[in-house]
Design a protein around this ligand. Structure first.
Ligand code: HSE
Length: 399
């Protein structure tokens, strides 16, 4: 099968290298040779070993009937959206790692693939190299899933791990993550939680069957997490982790992204560095956790090339993967989801007791400020009660 790669950045070049390096094994698994015919990129790559494959004009790929599958590793929802639609409409399978595109237009693109009896596959869009989307749709297909949560962004987990374990500054840890090819082109998407938001949208759609749009997912990144919070978390045997979560409530779903204080008893707390960890709760299996490299050139390429192989094996028929459309009527307000909360504030203990009653105070809280853990309540309730307490940080707890 001839393929083309759109976008020759970190992931696109990783895909090319993996296809070359593991050609025999890939041919065996796909029952045919996988050959890259074109690489589309507007940039020049003088001296690159694959320079002869580079074309700047996408229509060369679009109009070549020999190209049966296209790998989209451009990213974003601009030209990547246009090219993906055109490939699908031209009857070519599309394989991608582009979580933003799947989270924003996934339902529409899957519908086009369905009409054309081809595949739009995106295993690499969540969890980097971790097999997670197929296990949800295939191996866990007998379960009703009611909860899915996890560490979905390698860059922020790397930053938090470096800050907690080595006392590295936020800025230095971010620079290192960028250097290793983990961060998005604009790392704001990582540190403000938007990347994790896109991934929880995709997980939610696959687990619960309807599209969850990013604008319906309240999203908080890690920039508000202070050293005092890291220290306080450690005093009560917790670690701070950025989690995305989607929970089923009747015929609605609540989804959100936020930093949490995770108990060290929860396996997710031991997911460190660039690793991702995802827990899926099914009514037959109970909790199952997926763990592995969540970002990086080769782990992501591993998942992309696996989808290329799958596309090659299903040239004559579409694989079933997809969901119904969603919308605001499908969204359960995340602010009503109950949990315990960690609060650091400038108020006296007496004022906290008057507001929260059963608060558990953290002895010797960092920075001489008052820090405590509440009983179970909604975000709406904790925000109302903390409003008069000069609250500096309010974070969900996960046991
Ligand atoms: N920037 C992303 C991350 C890349 O750090 O997880 C993988 O999706």
């Amino acid at each position: 099968m001839f393929i083309a790669i759109l976008g020759f950045g970190t992931v696109g070049s990783g895909v090319m290298e993996v296809i070359e390096k593991n050609a025999d094994r890939i041919a065996q698994n796909a029952a045919q040779e996988i050959k890259v015919k074109y690489i589309v990129d507007v940039r020049d790559f003088p001296g690159n070993p694959y320079e002869s494959l580079i074309v700047k004009d996408f229509s060369v790929v679009e109009n070549d009937p020999e190209v049966k599958t296209v790998v989209e590793t451009i990213g974003g929802t601009g030209v990547a959206y246009d090219f993906t639609r055109r490939c699908l409409l031209a009857g070519k399978n599309v394989v991608t790692s582009n979580k933003e595109l799947v989270a924003t237009h996934g339902h529409e693109l899957i519908e086009i693939a369905k009409q054309k009896n081809i595949n739009y596959l995106f295993e690499a869009s969540v969890g980097g190299g971790i097999p997670i989307l197929r296990p949800i749709t295939q191996c866990l297909a007998a379960n009703k899933i009611d909860d899915v949560y996890g560490i979905l962004n390698g860059t922020t987990n790397y930053i938090l791990t470096e800050m907690i374990a080595n006392g590295t500054s936020f800025d230095d840890a971010l620079k290192a993550a960028q250097k290793m090819g983990y961060a998005e082109a604009d790392p704001t998407a990582d540190i403000e939680g938007h990347d994790a938001c896109r991934k929880i949208c995709i997980l939610s759609a696959l687990c619960f069957g309807r599209h969850m749009y990013p604008q319906d997912v309240p999203t908080q990144g890690i920039t508000g997490v202070k050293a005092a919070d890291v220290e306080n978390a450690s005093r009560i045997d917790c670690k701070i982790k950025l989690l995305g979560r989607a929970i089923h409530y009747g015929d609605k779903v609540a989804a959100y992204v936020a930093p949490h204080l995770v108990s060290r008893r929860n396996l997710i707390s031991s997911v460190e560095g660039v690793m991702n960890g995802i827990v899926v709760r099914g009514n037959a299996i109970g909790d199952v956790m997926f763990y592995g490299a969540g970002a990086g050139k080769y782990p992501t390429a591993s998942a992309v090339v696996a989808d290329v192989i799958d596309a090659a094996k299903h040239l004559a028929a579409r694989k079933y993967i997809g969901w119904e459309d969603g919308g605001p009527e499908y969204v359960y307000p995340a602010e009503l989801v109950e949990s315990r909360w960690y609060v650091r504030c400038g108020a006296e203990e007496s004022a906290v007791k008057a507001a929260f009653g059963d608060a558990e105070f953290i002895d010797g809280a960092a920075g001489g400020q008052c820090a405590f853990v509440t009983g179970s309540m909604s975000k709406k309730a904790v925000d109302e009660l903390a409003a008069g307490l000069d609250a500096r940080t309010v974070l969900r707890m996960l046991d």
